[in-house]
Structures are given as structure tokens and as C-alpha cells.
Ligand binder design. Structure first.
Ligand SMILES: Nc1nc2c(ncn2[C@@H]2O[C@H](COP(=O)(O)OP(=O)(O)OP(=O)(O)O)[C@@H](O)[C@H]2O)c(=O)[nH]1
Ligand SMILES: [Mg+2]
Length: 273
């Protein structure tokens, strides 16, 4: 299933980010702890190359942290410095991130004379605006569980000598590995309206059964571990979502529900890379 999505507004966002760099001291790259490699945007990395960079792995409350740890040990080359696991839901790692920003800025001549300016970048729906609200201590940036919610770049005061740019999430024009597109879609970083939920779940069928099989039995009250995706969808289509007029099962609605509950962490911790 080739997933391509690089609409006009992402190109505009890329230009806005490039323009904001002249008023940026440090860049915070937000990746998803559930797929740290696939959610790292190579286009953004290129764009911010000459700025001090801090990588944060958000949503560690939803990630399979054992598999994440193992992956980071296996792939130390993926990040120039060890990335910081954070959660904007629990607040984990956010104070440490603020310290890291200060530390990166300490050697600059202006340090202590004016506020530090951090630019938060990343793929859509990864939690950039939520991070800014966490840093600020209250809701200043609009947050929504919908990729593409932030449309323009905006400077926000996070107090205690820190200003933060919120930026729209951007993807890159082409996924060299189509599996990266599948993973980003599974994480919720690609608009669900352009996806076929059943095809997407089929692409991840093996992982779903291997890592989430037991949670699926409990959640959807299956009699035993499912052997394939159809068994799960059958259960959901007949018990959890309304039937279509005429009494037919609504497979699409079943697929959307399964995908949504997977993304919400209701089927257990997730790791896709
Ligand atoms: N469980 C969990 N949910 C989170 C976390 N961070 C953000 N969210 C949720 O993820 C959704 C997206 O958050 P946003 O902050 O709007 O994401 P964004 O990266 O700004 O998205 P765009 O502006 O669309 O690029 C919201 O529903 C948040 O509540 C986290 O650490 N854990
Ligand atoms: Mg946002």
C-alpha cells in the first residue's frame, strides 16, 4: 500500500520553519517513542542541520519501552545524542528537556541577557503543541488528536527565560521504505481520511497478533487468541459497531475502531520499528 502525502500546506510549513531558523537558538526534534526511527523526519534534519539539536521521544507512556530500549542500543547511529524519552500526558522528561535547552544555550554570548528561543519540529500529531503547553505550564497552543492541526508557526512564552516556536507537523515528499508510511499511518500521523483502515491493519496483521493478541482477547472478548485479522474484525463488526442498513457487517467501521483503540494504547504498549 503506497502512502504518499505531501500536500501544499506542508511545503508552506517547511518554508515557515526555514524562515524561523534565523530566530532560533536550539531545535527540538519531537519523534514518536513508538517508532523513533520511522518518525524522524529526514527533511527537517536537513533543514535545521546547523543548529544545536535535542531529540525527544514523545508518547513514552504508550510505547513498549523495553523494545524501545533494545532498539536504541542496536541503533546508536540514529541520533547524534541519546534522545530524551518524554510524555506530554504524564509530564515525564519535560523538566529535563528544559534543562537540556538551557545547557545547549549556556555557551552563547547572549545567555542570561535574553530569553532562549527553541523551535519545536516533527511529524504531524506527534505531540509538538502538547509539549509546548507542558513547558509553558498551561494551554497556550492548540492540541488535537488530528494530524495537521497546527497550521502556522507561532512563538509562545514558556516562562523562566524560554520562548518556544510551535510549528506545523511535516512529512517528507517520498517514503523510500513504504513500511515507514505504514508505521506513520498506524501511529496516527497521516490523515485517516486518506487511508484504507483494513488494508493498513492487514499490513500489520502479524505484529498485531504477536504483540497485542492477549490484549485483544480481553478487550473484544474473543474465545481464544485470534489466528488472523478477520477473526478480530468479525468480533468487532458484530459486537462493537452498528451493522449497516440491511444487516450487513460494517468492516470499515470495525477497522477504524480497531485502529483507533490501537492508537490510544488500549491494546497495550506499542513499538513498530
Ligand atoms: N498518550 C499521549 N498522548 C499525547 C502525548 N502527547 C500528545 N498527545 C496527544 O496527541 C494528540 C496530538 O497532540 P498535538 O500536540 O496536537 O500534536 P502536534 O504534533 O502538535 O500535531 P500537529 O499540530 O497536527 O502536527 C493530542 O490528542 C494529544 O493529547 C503523550 O505524550 N501521550
Ligand atoms: Mg500542533
Amino acid at each position: 500500500m503506497p502512502i504518499q502525502w505531501y500536500p501544499g500546506h506542508m511545503e508552506r510549513a517547511r518554508k515557515q520553519i526555514a524562515a524561523a531558523l534565523s530566530k532560533t537558538d536550539v531545535v527540538i526534534e519531537v519523534c514518536d517513542a513508538r517508532a523513533p526511527g520511522s518518525s524522524r523526519n529526514p527533511l527537517l534534519r536537513e533543514l535545521v542541520a546547523d543548529k544545536p539539536l535535542i531529540s525527544a521521544l514523545n508518547r513514552c507512556d504508550q510505547a513498549d519501552n523495553e523494545r524501545l530500549k533494545h532498539w536504541l542500543q542496536q541503533k546508536p547511529e540514529e541520533f547524534t545524542e541519546p534522545p530524551l524519552p518524554i510524555s506530554c500526558k504524564t509530564g515525564k522528561g519535560v523538566a529535563e528537556l528544559r534543562k537540556k535547552i538551557q545547557h545547549k544555550c549556556q555557551s552563547f554570548k547572549w545567555f542570561g541577557l535574553r530569553d532562549a528561543r527553541a523551535l519545536v519540529v516533527g511529524i504531524p500529531n506527534v505531540g509538538k503543541s502538547a509539549l509546548i503547553n507542558n513547558l509553558a505550564g498551561h494551554r497556550k497552543a492548540a492540541v488535537a488528536n488530528k494530524p495537521g492541526h497546527t497550521r502556522g508557526i507561532q512563538m509562545i512564552s514558556a516562562g523562566k527565560g524560554l520562548m518556544v516556536w510551535d510549528s506545523p507537523g511535516i512529512l517528507w515528499p517520498k517514503f523510500d521504505d513504504p513500511q515507514v508510511g505504514v508505521r506513520l499511518a498506524l501511529l496516527g500521523s497521516i490523515r485517516s481520511e486518506i487511508l484504507d483502515p483494513l488494508e493498513l491493519l492487514r499490513q500489520y496483521q502479524e505484529g498485531l497478533l504477536q504483540w497485542h493478541g492477549a490484549a485483544i482477547v480481553t478487550r473484544y472478548k474473543l474465545p481464544a487468541l485470534a489466528q488472523n485479522l478477520n477473526e478480530i474484525l468479525h468480533e468487532i463488526a458484530h459486537r462493537r459497531v452498528p451493522l449497516l442498513p440491511g444487516g450487513e457487517a460494517d468492516w470499515n467501521a470495525a477497522g477504524y475502531l480497531l485502529l483507533k483503540e490501537f492508537q490510544e494504547g488500549l491494546l497495550g504498549p506499542v513499538f513498530l520499528d
